[in-house]
Design a binder for this molecule. Structure first.
Ligand SMILES: Cc1cc2nc3c(=O)[nH]c(=O)nc-3n(C[C@H](O)[C@H](O)[C@H](O)COP(=O)(O)OP(=O)(O)OC[C@H]3O[C@@H](n4cnc5c(N)ncnc54)[C@H](O)[C@@H]3O)c2cc1C
Length: 464
């Protein structure tokens, strides 16, 4: 699948009814919006179909979840992003199937949409590894709605503790458990610790938010496993100095209201968050082409499933191999694939051979907390950074890639304000006052025979 030699010229049957080729893009995320922008100057008509009306800058979702930024800072209506491109229309609908012979996309509304070219970039969602029943107790972070729900639970935990302290003189332990030590888990754990120990310290009169405990639990041998080992170690050091308790090599076997369990040990948890796994959108399998075991579509060097040069599958939903390795499910490959689809359709129209896709990896950066991050840079310099310098790199990269100039300025102002004043802009609770696990902890704790995980797990703790 790898290679840089031009692919042979691809003959796409002429568009139906003599119209300009219609390109249907399923999913207005990183890959879809990049493709649309690249295609906008070509003589084609483009339809972006997305079940949401907005593009979400997922790398900053955790900042909405932890009340640093407001949803509008990190999301833009897809319509607004492409409003100056006359040949792009946006349809808010859910794709539920495909007819590859008829070249049609089937929509939940009942409509069917014809295409000459189809690009599918529907991304990924959470995976609970066969335990979907855990989702209610341990929400994951993928959408704005998820972020608002996490924010509600985290802030509500402090509010309920304050109220209970006032009423009874005690409250359940304010334990926050994040399951999964990838970039999202690390970000969430660091940010909860930041919010509890720095930003909310003057807000309550009866509880001390700084006494909250934050646990990050990883099933594998080290956190941030995609990063060099040295950076995993630095990440643990930085998390520990923020007050996060890191456990590695610990498989969670149950998630219940008020606690999580690892075998016969358990840990009380007032809010549990899931950052342990993702799975590709079901649309990959619905295409009816070859997929890998996880359901990502196998694509060739021009991003097509076998036998379908008119279909492109990009971003998290695709399985593309380069130099023997599958590309990671992160934003950079998705954006570059989207750009490349625009280029290849341009080559088709100019009756030139398609240029194979080649991913240009600039490196990875993960934030941990206030002034704490790790960066594994590959371009413009090769370097492993941690601490303040890595954090500045993270900040710069994320501001740069934020959709829309207005968002960049708004986010920068919010960050600078929060940074110097230790305030957090969006600490609002919307929705119900119910917190799964809270009631249970007030009554008889379903205690039991099981040993508390945080006191009896020598060897599991603190390593990478
Ligand atoms: C919390 C979090 C933090 C992350 N942090 C980073 C980071 O720091 N750096 C990094 O590089 N990457 C990060 N990522 C990963 C990155 O966001 C993804 O790799 C990237 O979004 C993939 O782009 P995509 O275009 O494939 O899919 P997405 O951007 O997810 O877009 C998919 C689109 O398809 C739409 N869609 C899905 N199903 C349907 C359907 N049936 N019908 C219609 N529309 C549909 C969705 O609404 C969505 O708009 C993070 C992801 C998350 C969740």
């Amino acid at each position: 699948m790898a290679g840089t030699a031009p692919a042979s010229r691809v003959e796409i049957p002429p568009p139906t009814m003599g119209h300009r080729p219609r390109v249907v893009i399923v999913g207005g995320g990183f890959a879809g919006t990049h493709a649309a922008k690249g295609l906008a100057d070509l003589p084609v008509d483009i339809t972006i179909i997305d079940r949401r009306n907005h593009f979400t800058f997922q790398p900053l979702l955790y900042q909405v979840a932890l009340a640093v930024l407001s949803p509008a800072n990190i999301a833009s209506p897809i319509r607004t992003i492409v409003r100056h491109k006359q040949n792009i229309e946006v349809l808010m609908d859910e794709v539920i199937g495909f007819d590859l012979d008829q070249r049609q996309v089937h929509l939940k509304s009942g409509a069917a949409m014809d295409y000459d070219y189809l690009m599918v970039s529907a991304g990924a969602t959470h995976s609970y590894f066969g335990h979907d029943e855990w989702a209610e107790q341990a929400p994951g972070l993928k959408t704005i709605e998820d972020a608002i729900e996490i924010r509600r639970r985290v802030l509500l935990a402090f509010e309920l503790a304050e109220r209970q302290m006032l009423e009874t003189g005690s409250h359940p332990p304010l334990n926050f458990v994040v399951i999964g030590g990838g970039p999202t888990g690390v970000e969430l754990a660091g940010a909860i610790s930041d919010i509890a120990k720095l930003y909310m310290r003057h807000d309550f009169r009866h509880i001390d938010p700084a006494k909250a405990r934050v646990f990050l639990i990883e099933g594998g041998p080290r956190i941030l496993s995609a990063y060099p080992e040295e950076l995993s170690r630095k990440a643990v050091e930085q998390l520990t100095s923020l007050g996060v308790e890191v456990y590695t090599g610990l498989q969670i076997t149950d998630v219940q209201p008020g606690y999580v369990a690892a075998g016969d040990r358990r840990l009380d948890s007032v809010v549990t968050l899931w950052a342990a796994g993702v799975q590709p959108s079901p649309l990959g399998k619905l295409l009816g082409v070859e997929t890998n075991r996880r359901g990502q579509v196998m694509v060739n060097q021009t991003l097509n499933p076998a036998g379908h040069p008119e279909i492109f599958v990009c971003g998290d939903l695709s399985h593309f191999e380069q130099d023997g390795n599958q590309l990671p499910g992160v934003a950079q490959p998705a954006m570059q694939m989207g750009d490349h689809v625009g280029k290849m359709i341009g080559e088709d129209l100019a009756r030139q051979p398609r240029t194979p896709f080649r991913y240009f990896d600039k490196g990875d950066v993960a934030t941990i907390g206030r002034m704490a991050a790790v960066a594994h840079l590959k371009w413009p310099v090769k370097a492993n950074l941690s601490g303040f310098l890595a954090w500045v790199t993270w900040l710069t990269v994320h501001i740069f890639f934020l959709i829309g100039f207005r968002n960049r300025i708004a986010v920068l102002i919010d960050w600078i304000w929060n940074y110097f004043t230790f305030t957090r802009g969006a600490r609002l609770i919307y929705g119900s006052e119910d917190l799964p696990g809270w009631v249970r902890q007030q009554g008889v704790r379903p205690e039991a025979e099981t040993a508390p995980l945080d006191e009896t797990s020598p060897g599991a703790r603190g390593g990478v």
